[in-house]
Structure formats: structure tokens, C-alpha cells
Design a protein around this ligand. Structure first.
Ligand SMILES: *[C@@H]1O[C@H](CO)[C@@H](O)[C@H](O)[C@H]1NC(C)=O
Ligand SMILES: *[C@@H]1O[C@H](CO)[C@@H](O)[C@H](O)[C@H]1NC(C)=O
Ligand SMILES: *[C@@H]1O[C@H](CO)[C@@H](O)[C@H](O)[C@H]1NC(C)=O
Length: 218
């Protein structure tokens, strides 16, 4: 056990500077021209981790007939996921959050319950942290909004790192080009997640189509 702990500590110390130095790349991602890659081996940078160590990206892109601010609000309205999202069927939030998207803040922890990754008999859970919010107000001069959260493995990212940006590009005709992607990075448990990649991509597509139907029906 002490061996494991010192191993984890060394790994933590090694990885911390990476995490810290990766805090800046969000400014360098040109979200409004971002598209899902056609090459299945290509990966997309994320605001927290950038491109280094990226293993794979799951991505869905579609046009939703609603203003970007409305789609953005729906994606951050975690309390309402059970109404439309057949993949992430439940989101547990901190006790002091009574209203979403209004109370959502950067650094907010969440626990997602997801269906369909491990067959129909099991739900999967994951702990996530909101990592980026470019709200309609702040982004009034830009043509895109972004909301992101990252996976929290509880051990500083040694086990696994992943981040899920949601990009909402204004098409100018009360429509939004929505790009939802998650990039997975090298870590001790990344191999296990890589085995689920196909299921993940399928559920990713389902989730974006669910969102489109929901928002267009509001
Ligand atoms: C909830 O708690 C967090 C962490 O203490 C704080 O940053 C946030 O502003 C609080 N939100 C509300 C709506 O009280
Ligand atoms: C999965 O989670 C949902 C929502 O919390 C719940 O209704 C359902 O019964 C769960 N399914 C399984 C197999 O545990
Ligand atoms: C808005 O423009 C996009 C891109 O040209 C198009 O795909 C979409 O169907 C248009 N939406 C509406 C509501 O006309």
C-alpha cells in the first residue's frame, strides 16, 4: 500500500504541471470554425487539456432550428435532462443548486448517470466538473457560445482525463450549428474506455438528436 501511495504521489507530481500548463488553451480554440473531424483517428483540442496526449474524440454535429442561446440554455439545464436525454438520464447536483442553467458555475461538480454504455442492464456513473461557460451575455460579440465539463477521476487525472465541450455556432437564421465532442487523453484506465468507444459514439449521436427534438419542440 505505501508503494501504491508513493507511486500515485509521484504520478501526481509528474502530471500536475501538465494540468496547470494546459489551463490556457481555451483562448486558442477557434470554436466558431470547429467541426467534427472526418478522419476517425483525428482528435479535437479541449479547453482544459489542449491536444497533448489525446487518444480519441467522439463527436456529433448537427443543425438545430433554434437560437444559440436557447440551445446553450437547454444543454446547461441539467435538472431537465430526464425530460429529453435518453443517454444521460440523471444528473446529481450540489445541494445549493436549485435552478439550472441559472445556478451553474465553473467548478460545479456533477454526477452523471448514463444508459446504454454497458448494455441495458447497467447504468454507468461518472463524476464531472463544469470547466467552461461562455454565457450569452459574455459572448454577445462573438458568433459562438461554449459550455464544457471535464471528467473527474478523483485522482488528479492519472486514471483518465476527458473533456466534453458543447459548441453553439450562430448560423444567423435562428439556427444553431451544434458540435458536441469529448476527447479522451492517455491515462491508466484509458484502455478500458477506448473499448467502449463505439457505444460512446452511438450514444453521443443519440444524445444530440434527443437535444434537437427537445429544443425544436419548446
Ligand atoms: C453553491 O456553492 C458553490 C461552492 O461553495 C458556490 O461557488 C456557488 O456560488 C453556490 N451557488 C449558489 C446558487 O448558492
Ligand atoms: C438507470 O437510471 C435511471 C435513472 O436514475 C433509472 O430510472 C433506471 O432504473 C436505472 N437503470 C438501471 C438498470 O439501474
Ligand atoms: C439556416 O441555415 C443553415 C445553413 O445554411 C441551414 O442548414 C438551416 O436549415 C437554416 N435554418 C432555417 C430554419 O432555415
Amino acid at each position: 500500500m505505501p508503494g501504491l501511495i508513493s507511486y500515485l504521489l509521484i504520478a501526481l507530481i509528474t502530471i500536475m504541471p501538465l494540468v496547470a500548463s494546459a489551463a490556457l488553451p481555451s483562448r486558442h480554440i477557434d470554436y466558431s470554425s470547429l467541426h467534427c473531424p472526418e478522419d476517425p483517428l483525428a482528435t479535437l483540442a479541449t479547453p482544459t487539456y489542449g491536444t497533448e496526449g489525446a487518444i480519441f474524440t467522439v463527436c456529433t454535429e448537427l443543425v438545430i432550428a433554434a437560437a444559440p442561446a436557447a440551445v446553450y440554455a437547454a444543454v446547461l439545464d441539467f435538472r431537465s435532462y430526464a425530460r429529453w436525454n435518453t443517454f444521460v438520464v440523471d444528473v446529481a447536483l450540489p445541494n445549493n443548486i436549485s435552478s439550472t442553467p441559472d445556478d451553474v458555475y465553473v467548478g460545479m461538480p456533477m454526477r452523471f448517470t448514463s444508459r446504454g454504455l454497458l448494455g441495458d442492464l447497467f447504468n454507468a456513473t461518472s463524476t464531472e466538473v463544469v470547466s467552461l461557460l461562455e454565457s450569452p451575455g459574455a459572448a454577445a460579440t462573438s458568433s459562438s457560445l461554449v459550455g464544457a465539463w471535464r471528467y473527474n477521476d478523483g485522482v488528479g487525472g492519472i486514471g483518465s482525463r476527458a473533456e466534453h465541450p458543447n459548441v453553439f455556432v450562430d448560423l444567423g437564421n435562428r439556427s444553431t450549428r451544434y458540435v458536441s465532442y469529448e476527447t479522451y487523453y492517455a491515462g491508466l484506465t484509458t484502455g478500458t474506455i477506448a473499448l467502449l468507444r463505439e457505444q460512446l459514439q452511438d450514444q453521443w449521436d443519440v444524445q444530440a438528436r434527443d437535444l434537437k427534438s427537445y429544443v425544436e419542440s419548446l
